[in-house]
Each structure stands twice: as structure tokens, then as C-alpha cells.
Design a protein around this ligand. Structure first.
Ligand SMILES: C[S@@+](CC[C@H](N)C(=O)[O-])C[C@H]1O[C@@H](n2cnc3c(N)ncnc32)[C@H](O)[C@@H]1O
Length: 233
């Protein structure tokens, strides 16, 4: 299969492709943030985040969905057990930044413009999903997580690498509360105040192996970080 072409048995066609696609692209277009994030993500890779990404991705195998691909750094850390990737990215600027890494990826990658709330993929069509710094940005995490459960096979793995809210009363939590109004506008709708562990557990995943830690180089306000593998039971 050519890179960038969608396998027909996997991808469902939207009802009104042109209108849906245009309004989604408008809603998710953050060209300035994409350029800032390009620099931040590249610096993060050099500063130790590459190893963190690789350790989270080590649990992936088979057909992997990457939600919110961004500039695509995760594609450089896929374990050999991953056989194909569907990468979802609604922001056209981010997709443009990811193209080189999509082309260089050693396994077939299908890059889709789609929204986490309504993914054009068939039930039980993926073995693993990666959410890296994306559940902070989706508008309705419970709806997105319900979609991920639908797409995952039973026993499928949800790999998490997400910055979350600090515990109540902690100084980092107060900093997050203070910065959130400006941060959300500047960083493409990102929230630094999400309880992602709680949301994933509430969605019905087994979160026994998911931990919360301070992970270098994620610094406040984008700390602490939830990382590990949740299981679709
Ligand atoms: C901070 S970037 C992280 C990119 C990448 N996952 C990484 O780890 O570098 C967040 C990404 O999530 C994407 N995103 C935001 N809302 C989304 C949604 N509703 N569905 C899918 N992706 C979304 C953004 O376009 C952006 O590329």
C-alpha cells in the first residue's frame, strides 16, 4: 500500500465529505501555534522526550492509530511489532510538518484529516492507539475516548503520554489555573488542567498500569505527565 493512501476496508467515508472537511480544517487550523510547536517539539526530542516517546510506544503492536499526529515525531520511535499506522491530524499546518516523517516511516502510514470525536474508522479496526499530548487539546475527551474504545479490538492498548492537572492545592495547580486563559488561546486550545487518568478510567479502560510522574523535559505548566498503557476491557 502507498503511504498516504487510506485502506478502503479501514476508512469509512463521511456523509458530506467537502462541507465536513472544510469546517473541520477551519476549526483546527492553528498555523502560528504549529510553527511554535515545531520548534518546541524538536527541542524536546533533543532534550530527552525522544526516549520517553520510545518507552511509551514500546507496548504498541499491529495496527496503530496515532491521534493528533502533530509534526510526527512518534513515527521515528515505532517498535518493529507495529505493522501499519493510521495517523489522524485535523490541522493542515501540522499535516504539512509531518509529511517528511510520514514518508520516512518504515511501515505504511495513512494520514487522515479527521476529528477525534467522530473518527472515520471501522469498529475494532486497530490494535493500539497512541495519545501523546493530544487529550489536552480535544474539546470533549469523554466523547473521543468512547470513539477510541469503539475502534480498538477487545484487549487493545491505549498508550498514553499526556500532561495533566497537578493535584489540588499544589503550587503547580495554582500556576496552571493562573495561566490557563492565555495558554488555551496561544496553544491551539490546549488545557493544562485535565484529569486524563480519571477520564480514561471513566471511559471504561483498565488503567492499572498507567502512572503519573514528573517527566523531563515536561515542565510546569505542562506537568505532571500521565504515561503508560491502558487496556480496552
Ligand atoms: C500539542 S500537539 C501534539 C502533537 C503530537 N501528538 C506530539 O506528541 O507531538 C496536539 C495535536 O492534537 C491535534 N488535535 C487537537 N484537537 C484534535 C481533535 N479533536 N482530533 C484530533 N486531533 C486533534 C492538534 O491539531 C495537534 O496537532
Amino acid at each position: 500500500m502507498r503511504r498516504g493512501s487510506a485502506p478502503s476496508q479501514l476508512v469509512r467515508r463521511p456523509a458530506r465529505p467537502d462541507t465536513e472537511c472544510m469546517s473541520r480544517e477551519r476549526e483546527h487550523a492553528h498555523p502560528v501555534f504549529a510553527q511554535v510547536y515545531r520548534l518546541v517539539a524538536a527541542a524536546g526530542e533533543r532534550g530527552g522526550f525522544a526516549q520517553v516517546r520510545a518507552s511509551v510506544l514500546a507496548d504498541a503492536s499491529g495496527r496503530l492509530l496515532i491521534l493528533g499526529l502533530g509534526p510526527g515525531h512518534d513515527l521515528a520511535h515505532l517498535p518493529a511489532a507495529v505493522t501499519s499506522v493510521v495517523a489522524v491530524e485535523p490541522d493542515p499546518s501540522m499535516r504539512a510538518l509531518a509529511r517528511g516523517r510520514v514518508t520516512a516511516c518504515p511501515v505504511p502510514v495513512t494520514l487522515l484529516s479527521a476529528d477525534a470525536h467522530a473518527l472515520p474508522l471501522a469498529d475494532g479496526s486497530v490494535d493500539a492507539v497512541l495519545c501523546a499530548c493530544v487529550l489536552c487539546s480535544v474539546a470533549q475527551p469523554p466523547r473521543a475516548l468512547a470513539e477510541l474504545r469503539r475502534l480498538l479490538v477487545s484487549g487493545g492498548r491505549l498508550l498514553l503520554l499526556e500532561h495533566v492537572a497537578a493535584p489540588p492545592g499544589h503550587w503547580v495547580g495554582r500556576l496552571q489555573q493562573l495561566l490557563q486563559p492565555v495558554w488555551g488561546r496561544a496553544a491551539g486550545g490546549c488545557s493544562v488542567r485535565r484529569d486524563t487518568w480519571g477520564a480514561v478510567a471513566a471511559a471504561g479502560f483498565d488503567v492499572t498500569a498507567v502512572r503519573t510522574a514528573m517527566v523531563w523535559p515536561n515542565l510546569p505548566p505542562v506537568a505532571p505527565t500521565v504515561l503508560g498503557t491502558a487496556v480496552n476491557r
